[in-house]
Design a protein around this ligand. Structure first.
Ligand code: A3P
Length: 332
């Protein structure tokens, strides 16, 4: 249940105070991190994340997309939006909302509703949204809104090879840094990442949390891999639609609707959309052009940026930390 408008503002003040008391350190980019319950959060998202956790009321029809930053969030948002809304918006149609708006505007981050609760109280905004509501989070599973487990809403997690996540993150942070500022040197950033210090990291803890939940509650939490979405886009999108309770009909399959979803959401198509070229994400000092979300979109791009020794080091750490979780990224 939502607290009222002033309640939301109060809730944020409370969490701002808590956030300010948490351990802090320099991050991989220009934003400092705060540590909460074993995970590192970009400082500006700490209080909103905690406010979301305590006040967001999930509906059984909600869909929550969860990712580590740079795991393909933008792609997942586009795909899920296209799948869920295909009855109203034909994926092959030329007037699809994804051809006019950023996936980040169509599927907002939950924390974004809480970043300025005083000027735009999140409660009414969220309550007025028609079902099914689609949201995204970078939050670790343990910090998801308390109302999510047990609500019946669906959670879709997209996992990506941590080496590609690191390389993608590095490019992204370099791209979005404000003029005149510097991000830490590459080797230092890599060591931090291997030590578990990354936005919403450690990466292994983030993945394991959702993996274990997908095993325990497969009807409510789905664990996807970026690499599988690349390899078998149609098969993955069909499984996704089934999980979301809106499987493709035989007629849709025969007429190529899953393929149309994939084509609509492809990197090249998304990159060509005006809103993804000129639009801006975020606010104030932490705003940047939407173009930063679209780079190469390849599996294994890490090979062009980190040495075999570095790759072995990170793979070894991830494998070791995932031991016992039942999740293995080896060989993928
Ligand atoms: P690279 O930097 O490796 O190219 P996020 O959306 O979580 O910020 O992740 C960004 C990564 O996803 C970037 O990876 C980006 O190029 C890739 N990406 C964005 N849109 C994509 C799409 N439609 N298909 C495949 N990859 C996509």
């Amino acid at each position: 249940m939502f607290v009222g408008e002033s309640g939301c503002a109060d809730a944020l003040s409370k969490y701002e105070a808590l956030a300010a008391s948490l351990p802090a350190r320099q991050g991989l980019g220009i934003t400092p991190y705060r540590k909460y319950d074993g995970f590192w959060y970009p400082e500006h998202l700490m209080a909103p994340t905690l406010a979301v956790r305590d006040t967001f009321a999930a509906r059984p029809t909600d869909v929550i997309l969860a990712t580590m930053p740079k795991s393909g969030t933008t792609w997942l948002k586009a795909v899920v939006y296209a799948v869920v809304h295909r009855g109203r918006h034909a994926p092959a149609g030329g007037r699809h909302p994804l051809l006019a708006s950023s996936p980040h505007d169509l599927v907002p981050f939950l924390h974004s509703f809480y970043e300025s609760p005083r000027s735009a109280p999140p409660g009414p905004l969220l309550e007025d949204m028609p079902s099914p509501r689609l949201f995204a989070v970078h939050t670790p599973f343990t910090a998801l809104p308390a109302s999510v487990p047990g609500s019946g809403c669906r959670v879709v997690y997209l996992c990506r090879d941590p080496k590609d996540v690191f390389v993608s993150l590095r490019h992204f942070l370099d791209e979005i840094k404000p003029g005149g500022s510097d991000i830490p040197p590459f080797a230092e950033a890599f060591d931090q990442f291997c030590g578990g210090v990354s936005p919403f990291g450690p990466v292994w803890g983030h993945m394991a949390g959702y993996w274990e939940e997908s095993v325990a509650r497969p009807g409510e939490v789905m664990f996807l891999r970026y690499e599988h979405l690349k390899e078998d886009a149609v098969g993955t999108v069909r499984r996704l639609a089934e999980f979301l309770g809106c499987p493709f009909t035989d007629e849709e399959v025969a007429s190529g609707v899953p393929e149309a979803v994939i084509a609509l959401c492809s990197l090249d198509r998304m990159r060509s959309v005006q809103a993804n070229q000129d639009g801006v994400h975020g606010t104030g000092r932490l705003s940047f052009k939407n173009t930063a979300f679209f780079r190469k979109g390849e599996v294994g791009d890490w090979k062009a940026h980190i040495t075999t020794e570095m790759a072995q080091k990170l793979d070894g750490i991830v494998e070791e930390m995932l031991r016992g979780s039942g999740l293995s990224l080896a060989g993928k």
